[in-house]
Design a protein around this ligand. Structure first.
Ligand code: SF4
Ligand code: SF4
Length: 367
């Protein structure tokens, strides 16, 4: 394993961290995956309330009980559920209990979507105040933030100097639009952890499309995508969301290659990425509060295909989702959208969901 210092903290963390968002239903196996990660040198574990139907913190708590290696834990609270300082305090106490630790090493002001939300986090009596107080009392070690803002907005938050690190969604697909945030973090010497380094399931699910990432024949597309992130100056760690030991080992395999990307390859990657790719759905599911219960993430996953290739490919993908049971004939369809706008407010990629659903139903009247 390779370790990097996290900003100005004295903590050296593994260049691959384990994210706790994608564990399966078998909790004992998830515990095994976490312990295996630690055996392989991973010492940074990132979780949050509500991940994995609110089981993730408990799963980590079980794994930590008998874990022999050194480790750091990161968790979060968000403005939607914890809008006041007191709410944050209660959430921290709950997380400490569930994780079975005395102190949270990295505590995130979670999922800041834009500067307006950032201001709310920082308001008097708001979440930031609660977290600072908890830090003074020794309940948390480092106060950091997670965000889906643009690179320029991330720079503004970083330059306010209120946080010791940032967790941001960064991958080969959206890198031109977030890079400024990483540069700002580097200039200000704060830690950077990267979520979604594989674009959610986007890169592993479309290996043929992303084949251009590879620099050697024997590395996998996922390894190339991780190498690309870890070669970025300023990045401390990339969070992998392994749900199996096999996946974990494949991802750790990236460390068999030098963590660099040649200039020629960078140019090639840039030429394969266009602006619309910043608006690819990562299937994260944050938008799934639809009053009509439309499977937005599935429809938008199919729409990704029309960005990669064309509408025909999208149609094929819709059929494929049906064969997988992910979309069913009797369910609500894209055309049932009542344009309430709720999903767009929640979308981490700021995708024009309503417009896309309309386009899907126009092209495919069955949907
Ligand atoms: S805009 Fe449409 S898809 Fe989005 S939450 Fe409202 S009804 Fe659902
Ligand atoms: S539409 Fe947005 S919030 Fe919904 S799954 Fe896709 S990226 Fe996530």
């Amino acid at each position: 394993m390779i370790y990097r210092q996290y900003g100005k903290t004295n903590k050296n963390i593994s260049v691959l961290g384990l994210g706790g968002m994608r564990f399966g239903n078998d909790e004992d196996y998830a515990v095994e995956v976490i312990r295996k990660a630690n055996d392989l040198g991973i010492n940074y574990f990132d979780t949050a309330p509500f991940y994995c139907s609110d089981r993730s913190e408990d799963i980590f708590g079980k794994a930590f009980k008998n874990m022999t290696g050194e480790f750091y834990v990161s968790t979060k609270s968000g403005i939607f559920n914890e809008p006041t300082a007191d709410d944050v305090r209660r959430r921290i106490e709950k997380s400490l209990k569930r994780l079975g630790v005395n102190k949270i090493d990295f505590y995130h002001m979670w999922c800041i979507m834009d500067l307006r939300q950032y201001e709310k986090v920082m308001e008097q009596g708001g979440p930031y105040e609660g977290a600072v107080k908890a830090k003074e009392e020794g309940l948390i070690d480092h106060l950091v933030f997670s965000t889906h803002c643009s690179g320029n907005d991330i720079r503004k938050i970083v330059e306010d100097n209120s946080f010791e690190g940032v967790l941001l969604g960064y991958n080969v697909v959206n890198h031109p639009y977030r890079q400024e945030g990483i540069k700002a973090a580097l200039e200000n010497n704060i830690g950077v952890s990267v979520m979604n380094p594989l674009g959610g399931g986007l890169i592993p699910n479309s290996p043929e499309y992303f084949n251009f990432l590879k620099e050697t024949e024997d590395e996998t597309v996922c390894q190339s995508a991780l190498r690309f992130i870890l070669a970025e100056p300023g990045v401390t760690t990339a969070l992998i969301g392994a749900s199996s030991i096999k996946e974990l080992e494949e991802n750790i395999g990236v460390l068999n290659y030098p963590l660099v990307v040649s200039e020629a390859k960078r140019k090639e990657i840039k030429s394969n990425i266009n602006e619309s790719m910043d608006k690819l759905c990562t299937t994260c599911g944050y938008c799934l509060k639809c009053p009509k219960k439309i499977k937005i993430n599935r429809y938008l996953e199919a729409y990704n295909m029309s960005i990669f290739k064309d509408h025909k490919e999208m149609e094929k993908y819709l059929e494929f989702l049906k064969t997988q049971g992910a979309l069913k004939d009797e369910e609500v369809f894209a055309k049932d959208c009542i344009e309430c706008g709720k999903c767009e407010e929640l979308c981490t990629q700021k995708i024009p969901i309503i417009k896309r659903l309309k386009e899907i139903s126009c092209l495919n009247p069955a949907h």
